[in-house]
Design a protein around this ligand. Structure first.
Ligand SMILES: Cc1cc2nc3c(=O)[nH]c(=O)nc-3n(C[C@H](O)[C@H](O)[C@H](O)COP(=O)(O)OP(=O)(O)OC[C@H]3O[C@@H](n4cnc5c(N)ncnc54)[C@H](O)[C@@H]3O)c2cc1C
Length: 458
């Protein structure tokens, strides 16, 4: 403990009960794994010193960003050091010529977005947790959000990284340039590696020009299947929304307990929320009119148009409130399913059939434009062992369905701790062995975020 204190300063080493309790949790269900010590370095040099000590003593280290993860990646399941990156919170520079931002890992995602927007620039990845998650956590999870429908996920914006290896060696990958074809792409290997290969301390991020106009549309449906099937139809007809989000009635009603929801949305069976963006407001209005012209064929009861920023915020808050509102209803397990867009309707129907079969409640919403449906299984009043049995069997059946549809077991929440048993459903033994070889090349003694991603049997 003394060597940790001299590496980062006494106030950056915490062993009090409140800190161990707080940093022993993230947003994954009700799981709790208190670490032995919480360390809050303020620079890459301090992160390297902590990793050097941990490597020497063979102590597990779990990196942590904002602690908003939903697959338990930041839980210190093997104890040891919880390494919080929250003090590395500087935006170092925003370059309007190359359109690149250089930021430390602990910068809150929404803060970066606000800062770049002041300069007419745009950082699209927008997880619903963006007010509290960090860029480092987003990189570790390859996080996404509604706008990934048009712009892609976090990985599409990462050009270079500063990081620290498990033995304390600082490294840089990539560079602050917009193209780079030199050698293996270690930057992209680290993106989505969930803190198991290196601790990210800073990143160079690609920016875009901020679109000058946005238009948000809401389509209420009286039939859930028609809403889900409309997603494929909208793309088939050539529309390219920046976001295409789906909510079923139970999710809307949960959101309505937190935010204002207009009656025509509260009373519908399902709701699609679409956003279009671009530089020409007139073209957006044209797209809205073109969509409105086919709403009857899609089965929507009307087209709600939010033109002003206030109206748009009001419509978006229905979707933004849904995640926390549904999770507030009961203990839950969220399955982060992904299928081809055209299969969203079949997945939704299948998810409810499976839930009914296991006599468990399911509430669905998600990023339908990416084929990404969050299926929340709710415990309700079930006794603990009964809940766990039904939940696990329902989840297995759900993922079997997803795999049959050509999909995958997580689109954005990662494998982390809670989803490890599902990795083999979508990755071959050869692939997992290769992943394990990569893990050993980066972290030969396995101290960095142990117990995550790769099943113990490998
Ligand atoms: C209400 C709510 C809504 C959400 N909505 C979305 C959404 O729309 N889209 C989405 O993708 N996710 C969403 N999430 C999940 C979560 O916010 C994301 O996974 C987010 O990227 C996690 O970032 P974080 O900073 O909180 O990381 P943490 O939860 O602290 O950590 C997540 C993982 O990253 C690792 N890690 C963190 N920082 C570093 C680092 N600097 N170096 C190496 N490894 C690191 C940790 O070890 C862990 O494995 C949501 C969560 C909540 C609670």
């Amino acid at each position: 403990m003394d060597s940790l204190r001299s590496a980062v300063g006494a106030d950056a080493v915490r062993t009090d009960d409140a800190s161990l309790d707080k940093y022993g949790r993230d947003e994954t269900e009700d799981l709790h794994f208190p670490p032995s010590v919480v360390v809050l370095p303020s620079s890459q040099r301090e992160v390297a010193a902590v990793m050097g000590l941990a490597s020497h003593e063979q102590v597990p280290v779990t990196p942590r960003g904002g602690g908003t993860g939903l697959s338990g990646g930041a839980l210190p399941v093997r104890g040891g050091i919880l390494l919080s990156l929250e003090r590395l919170d500087r935006i170092r520079r925003i370059d309007p010529v190359d359109m690149i931002a250089e930021v430390e890992a602990g910068v809150v995602t929404a803060h970066l977005q606000e800062e770049v927007e002041l300069q007419g620039l745009f950082y699209p990845p927008d997880p619903a947790s963006r007010e509290s998650c960090f860029i480092g956590g987003n990189i570790a999870e390859d996080s996404a959000g509604p706008r990934s429908c048009k712009y892609g996920t976090t990985r599409h914006f990462v050009l270079g990284l500063e990081a620290v290896l498990a033995d304390g060696t600082p490294i840089t990958t990539g560079a602050a340039v917009r193209k780079n074809a030199a050698g293996y792409d270690l930057t992209q290997l680290l993106v989505g590696s969930e803190g198991t290969l290196a601790v990210v301390t800073a990143a160079q991020l690609r920016l875009l020009a901020l679109p000058k106009a946005r238009l948000t549309l809401g389509l209420p449906f009286q039939r859930c299947d028609e809403a889900a099937n409309s997603v494929a139809e909208i793309f088939r007809r050539g529309f390219q929304p920046a976001a295409c989000e789906f909510m079923e009635q139970a999710a809307i009603l949960a959101a309505a307990m937190k935010v204002d929801v207009p009656p025509q949305v509260r009373e519908c069976e399902a709701f699609l929320l679409l956003e279009f963006d671009g530089d020409r407001p007139d073209l957006l209005i044209e797209q809205a009119a073109a969509l409105d012209a086919i709403t009857d064929q899609l089965g929507a009861t009307e087209t709600l148009v939010a033109e002003t920023e206030v109206e748009q915020r009001r419509m978006w808050q229905i979707r933004s409130a849904a995640g926390e509102a549904v999770k507030g209803l009961s203990d839950y397990k969220e399955a982060d399913t992904v299928v081809p867009r055209a299969s969203i309707g079949a997945l939704l129907q299948g998810a409810h059939e499976i839930a009914d079969r296991h006599r468990i409640r399911a509430i669905c919403y998600g990023h339908a434009g990416d084929g990404n449906l969050h299926v929340n299984l709710l415990r309700g009043g079930l006794e603990l062992s009964d809940w766990q049995r039904r939940r696990d069997s329902a989840e297995d059946d759900l993922f079997a369905l997803v795999v049959r549809m050509g999909g995958t077991v997580t689109g954005e929440h990662g494998i982390g701790w809670t989803q490890r048993r599902h990795l083999e459903k979508v990755r071959s033994p050869e692939e997992i062995h290769l992943m394990n070889s990569i893990k050993r090349a980066f972290d030969p003694t396995g101290i960095l975020n142990p117990g995550k991603v790769i099943p113990d049997s490998y």
